[in-house]
Design a binder for this molecule. Structure first.
Ligand code: ASP
Length: 349
């Protein structure tokens, strides 16, 4: 293989712990520049891939991530889509699952690997997990079948040896290296001595159609978590926030809520006003089944729709994405109950 035939990867650095260094005065981790990061991974030069880089200027802590940056990422990827075999996005772990979910909808019919990764320890530290994550993410982004077609055709998160569907992953650990987990969908690949792809689990694009980038979002969305003792005045004020369009309602177990007349009445009034209320479980694993208990059925009767086995990150970003496209309430409700990018398991129950 000549260098011209080498797979090409665009490495996009948004920020996050992976590229941070310690401020000598405060001891806090702060963003540093991309060159610093690259200096610590001389291995990048040994790849049989052409790696180009793009960095956010300034790099951001992922707590500052927002839809405008998602649109920027989509712009970068779509502008460079035909010139690269794969894309790696270095991103802080805190909101990585939101970005991965959002991109899975914004890059409709994506046919190339878009791999998000980062680290729990900065790349300049001795025990960093960043090197391993970065190097393997690039290898995955560059991986092709013998006929040259990409092995991975999804937006994914690669972290601590596991490749996960992006809109199924959630950050579960602020301490250990295995920061992410995909509870409701199996991992797409495992990296050990070899990278073992579970190809039958990988989503494939419709070959006759191009990748279609999307940029619009409507952020008039709120997450409301139920808990024993929740007060009517609190629920009431959340549901009556001016401009509110959709609520991700985090319920108990398989989608259950307290059997309070006021709660059901308030929810019904909201759905009748056109507010979309999506029921997802507070349990990270398993799906909502509103027909299972009376405490769930009452929500269904109040016009609440199922979020199936969606992660909170995915439910929020999917709602913002759909609302951003100016669809009718009915259409958003219908799409929320449709599998657009492998984000829900409709026949889980
Ligand atoms: N606060 C950091 C961020 O999300 C944490 C990390 O990267 O792990 O940007």
């Amino acid at each position: 293989m000549t260098p011209r035939d080498y797979p090409s990867v665009l490495l996009i650095y948004t920020g996050g712990t992976i590229g941070m260094i310690e401020n000598p005065e405060t001891g806090a981790l702060e963003n540093f520049d991309f060159d610093h990061l690259l200096r610590h991974v001389p291995e990048l030069r040994r790849f049989n891939s052409r790696i180009s880089t793009y960095q956010f200027d300034p790099p951001i802590d992922s707590s500052d991530m927002e839809p405008a940056f998602w649109a920027k990422l989509v712009r970068i990827i779509s502008y460079n889509y035909d010139n690269y075999d794969g894309f790696v996005i270095l991103h802080g772990t805190d909101t990585m699952a939101y970005t991965a979910s959002a991109l899975s909808f914004m890059l409709e019919n994506v046919g190339k690997p878009v791999i998000l990764t980062g680290s729990q320890l900065p790349i300049g530290t001795l025990r960093t997990d960043g090197k391993e994550n970065l190097i393997t993410a690039i290898e995955i982004a560059a991986s092709r079948h013998l006929d040259g077609s990409p092995i991975v055709t999804e937006v994914c998160i690669f972290f601590e040896n596991e490749l996960m569907r992006g809109n199924r992953a959630t950050k579960i650990n602020a301490e250990n290296f295995n920061a992410f987990r995909s509870y409701n969908y199996p991992v797409l690949a495992k990296a050990g001595i070899h990278i073992r792809y579970h190809e039958y689990l990988i989503r494939r694009p419709i070959p006759s159609q191009p990748m279609k980038p999307h940029y619009l979002f409507d952020t008039n969305v709120v997450v409301l978590t139920l808990f024993p003792g929740i007060q009517e005045n609190i629920v009431d004020s959340v549901l009556n926030v001016p401009g509110l369009k959709a609520v991700v309602l985090k319920t108990f177990g398989s989608g259950n809520a307290p059997q309070k007349d006021w709660l059901i009445r308030r929810l019904r009034e909201a759905t009748e006003r056109g507010i979309i209320i999506v029921n997802i479980s507070q349990c990270p694993a398993g799906a909502v089944e509103m027909e299972r208990y009376g405490t769930g059925l009452q929500l269904l009767q109040a016009g609440v729709i199922s979020g199936y086995d969606s992660t909170p990150e995915c439910a929020v970003t999917k709602l913002m994405f759909l609302l951003g496209h100016g669809l009718s309430t009915e259409a958003v409700r219908r799409y929320m109950n449709s599998d657009l990018a492998g984000e829900i398991t409709k026949n889980a129950n």
